[in-house]
Design a protein around this ligand. Structure first.
Ligand code: BGC
Length: 784
């Protein structure tokens, strides 16, 4: 994973390109050199599909076309230098799918193209409150002929098979002949393709007056998807009767409509599109299903479709909004993160997951990483109904057999599972040995997510129905992966890569060993729970997992008790790995800023030998299990590791921010928060054009709610220990906790907890027990 770029250590200048606004991201001028970055920032999605902010009309400047359908991928043949046994045959790639947003616009025979025409004004807005993208501009494609253009589009969250666009053109100072060609284009390519192959074949297409469709099928993986469009044109509110020319070329279908528009009159084209795929319908029914969905949308019309969509966003925000008063940068940052999380994953489909770039770019293949369990589950647990996070867990349960096969490929046996580092369908996709074979800590995060879910929801049935299957298989893996060291008199785990990918093939990565030990312990406790509470289901668990409790558990406790944890007595810290202190010890502040990020400036050899840390590693473990460590231990480890951490993974600053807050390092907590929350808007790493950091957005949410909000769930209760940065006048966030919907408002001197929905609630506020009746609130004065 050497291609990830991270934070530059030194204070970065904001790019100031986007206006600071609480509910919107706004661009007030067009800069072609920023176009690809803006295409990422202004991306839209609805959980089922996503779309970069490419223009509807032609654009001949630099652009990354991106239209994605969740779960649809292409198994791109692996490219690798030295093939090692156990490598996967393919890397699943998220597909740039047929372009359904296109509307070619011609004015008096000239193509409207913002790269070649003269722009007089430009404004683009991502409205996060209502979930739409709009653009307004004045332009002339021929000297003296001014046009005003207003565009709006959304991908319906209420009906996730539908996208809708309204595109209006007004000739300001001339009578114009205007032609619109709404189209669907199946001739698309992926930028990220190992052998420059086409991933889709068009298998059917057609155009008739007022509509067109195209069905494409992926090569090898054989997904098919139908794209169907209808449109309407009206002039000053009156439906037009412009003549129609059918367009039906190779993989390109549409209608061309042309007519005269008098000076000052407005012509609007509404384009409605349905996108349905073989994920949800049999291939033979795609055309019909697509048409049916399209009719549904077309009959509702743009305004009603939008109203339904908007209501859904209202509902989303009512559960997940965070209000930060007094700090517009922080406010915009957090809403941007929440907005993208909500539009990337809706939790309706247990076959879907969340790629590091979501629907905003091709990088990372759109696949599932440990990011989901470590950084995202918490967000969905607290802001949506229980099924949403549950579906993320079920996704892994469904892939259990493949994880077992994956482990078998590496020589493990008897039902041991190693979940893939990167996957679309349960099979491993990653093909660098130091990640594929060594970054085994991902198994730990998958086990942790089960614990996190049950701790939060109190739903122990999950353990019996699904959780224990996964825990047993992962524990079997750890048992086989450790070996006894006579020299150390401990169980060791050799040859691993921890979360810090700037060290490979190390022995006893503290974090990995911790996750292994903890999983074994938790699995034993969970088995005990099942045995004592539901003998029948316990038996079922043993039988379906072919689990011989006595024989298999035999030395689990011994491993738990005698696991090796490298430690420095002198420094009173856990060591990232056995040899960490042999390295030359340097601080991030010693690094010449021109060499940052080191993964772009240093040789890999130099990186591996240096003590620099890419992302939270020991601190990740402390963050997960903070109750197990006293403040002094947390402080010692934080003080040691933070100065050596470069945060060159977007997943890192959130964890450090949470711990810094806990330790009262206010300035640091705030600085790291801003980095994580505005990473993309401010383009800290100059790479936002490749897509947004969707998975780290879950971390941003954690850094506000767990960090400044001091929110935790322990012993079936919410615990709150808020501590706000000086920059914030107040912080309010909403939480769904079991049967309750709660609003928590904190300012410097008081905390107000509103039990908006659900039964009487007991909360631990700053160590004191408080009770809040249904539909009432509780106020407590506090010292920040
Ligand atoms: C990080 C991994 C992460 C991956 C995808 C890498 O840069 O080191 O921990 O899983 O990006 O976000």
């Amino acid at each position: 994973m050497k291609w990830s770029v991270g934070f530059h250590r030194k204070e970065k200048k904001m790019n100031n390109h986007y206006k600071v606004n609480e509910w919107s991201v706004i661009e007030e001028a067009f800069h072609p050199e920023m176009q690809e970055a803006s295409e990422s920032i202004f991306s839209l999605g609805n959980g089922r599909m996503g779309q970069r902010a490419n223009f509807e009309e032609a654009y001949s400047g630099a652009s990354l076309q991106g239209s994605y359908i969740a779960g649809i991928y292409y198994p791109d043949k692996t490219r690798v230098g030295w093939w090692k046994n156990g490598y996967p045959e393919f890397f699943a790639k998220v597909l740039n799918s047929p372009n359904w947003i296109g509307i070619c616009v011609e004015i008096d025979g000239h193509k409207l193209d913002l790269h070649t025409c003269t722009l007089h004004s430009f404004r683009r807005e991502l409205n996060m409150k209502h979930g739409f993208l709009s653009r307004s501009f004045t332009v002339s494609c021929e000297e003296g002929k001014m046009l005003e253009v207003n565009v709006m589009r959304f991908l319906s969250i209420a009906d996730d098979e539908i996208g809708a666009i309204s595109y209006s053109v007004k000739p300001i100072n001339f009578d114009a002949e205007i032609a619109f060609t709404p189209y669907i284009d199946g001739n698309v390519k992926n930028m990220d393709s190992n052998y420059d192959e086409h991933f889709w074949d068009v298998i059917d297409s057609g155009a008739k007056e007022g509509s067109a469709f195209l069905i494409s099928k992926t090569r090898k993986s054989e997904f098919s998807a139908s794209f169907a469009m209808k449109y309407e044109v009206s002039i000053d509110g009156e439906q037009s009767d412009w003549p129609v020319e059918l367009i039906h070329n190779q993989g390109f279908v549409g209608n061309k409509v042309k007519g005269r528009v008098l000076k000052g009159k407005e012509v609007i084209i509404y384009k409605y599109v349905s996108v349905v795929s073989s994920m949800n319908y049999p291939e033979k029914d795609l055309l019909e299903s697509g048409k049916k969905s399209l009719e549904r949308a077309f009959n509702l019309k743009f305004d009603t479709l939008f109203k339904n969509h908007q209501e859904h966003w209202e509902e989303n925000w009512s559960r997940s909004d965070i209000i930060i008063d007094g700090d517009p940068l922080a406010q915009q940052g957090i809403r941007f993160n929440i907005f993208h999380l909500n539009q990337t994953y809706s939790g309706r489909d247990e076959r879907l997951n969340i790629g590091p770039k979501g629907f905003t770019g091709e990088k990372y293949g759109g696949s599932t990483y440990w990011d989901t369990e470590a950084y995202l589950v918490s967000f969905y647990l607290s802001t949506a109904n229980e099924d949403v996070a549950r579906n993320l867990l079920i996704y892994r349960h469904k892939h259990l057999q493949r994880a077992i096969e994956n482990a078998e490929k590496l020589g493990f046996k008897d039902g041991a599972a190693l979940y893939p580092m990167v996957t679309m369908d349960g099979q491993e996709c990653h093909n660098e040995w130091e990640i594929t074979f060594e970054e085994i800590h991902r198994n730990g995060a998958i086990a942790y997510a089960i614990y996190n879910y049950i701790r939060y929801t109190g739903n122990k049935d999950y353990l019996l129905d699904y959780g224990l299957d996964v825990l047993i298989a992962i524990s079997r893996f750890w048992k086989q992966r450790v070996n006894w060291s006579d020299v150390k008199g401990k169980y060791v785990i050799l040859g691993v890569t921890g979360p810090n990918e700037y060290e490979n093939n190390v022995n006893n990565n503290w974090y990995t060993n911790l996750m292994a030990q903890w999983t074994l312990k938790y699995t034993m406790e969970s088995l005990e729970y099942a045995k004592n509470n539901d003998a029948f289901r316990f038996k079922e668990i043993l039988s379906r997992n072919n689990f011989n409790e006595k024989k298999e558990i035999d030395n689990w406790s011994d491993i738990v008790e005698n696991m090796c944890f490298p430690h420095s007595e002198e420094k009173n810290i856990f060591l990232q790995q056995d040899g960490y202190l042999d390295k030359e010890q340097r601080f991030a502040s010693d690094l010449d800023p021109s060499e940052s990020p080191i993964n772009q400036h240093w040789s890999w050899d130099r990186i591996l030998r240096s003590c620099y840390i890419k992302q939270a590693d020991v601190l990740q473990g402390i963050y997960f299990f903070e109750e197990d460590y006293d403040l002094e231990t947390i402080k010692a480890n934080y003080d040691f590791y933070e100065p050596r951490t470069l945060h060159e993974s977007s997943l890192s600053p959130c964890v450090h921010s949470i711990l810094a807050n806990r330790l009262g390092y206010d300035k640091k907590a705030y600085e790291l928060y801003l980095r994580t929350s505005r990473l993309d808007i401010d383009d800290y790493n100059h790479e936002v054009k490749e897509g947004l950091h969707i998975t780290s957005m879950g971390g941003t949410w954690m850094s506000v709610v767990y960090g400044f909000g001091g929110f935790r769930v322990k012993d079936d209760m919410i615990h709150l220990n808020p501590h706000l940065p000086d920059q914030w006048k107040s912080l309010s966030f909403r939480i769904v906790f079991r049967k309750n919907e709660i609003r928590i408002h904190i300012n410097g001197s008081k905390v107000v907890i509103e039990n908006e929905k659900g039964p009487r609630l007991e909360i631990m506020l700053k160590g004191k027990n408080v009770i809040i009746e249904e539909k009432s609130s509780f106020l407590q004065n506090i010292e920040n």
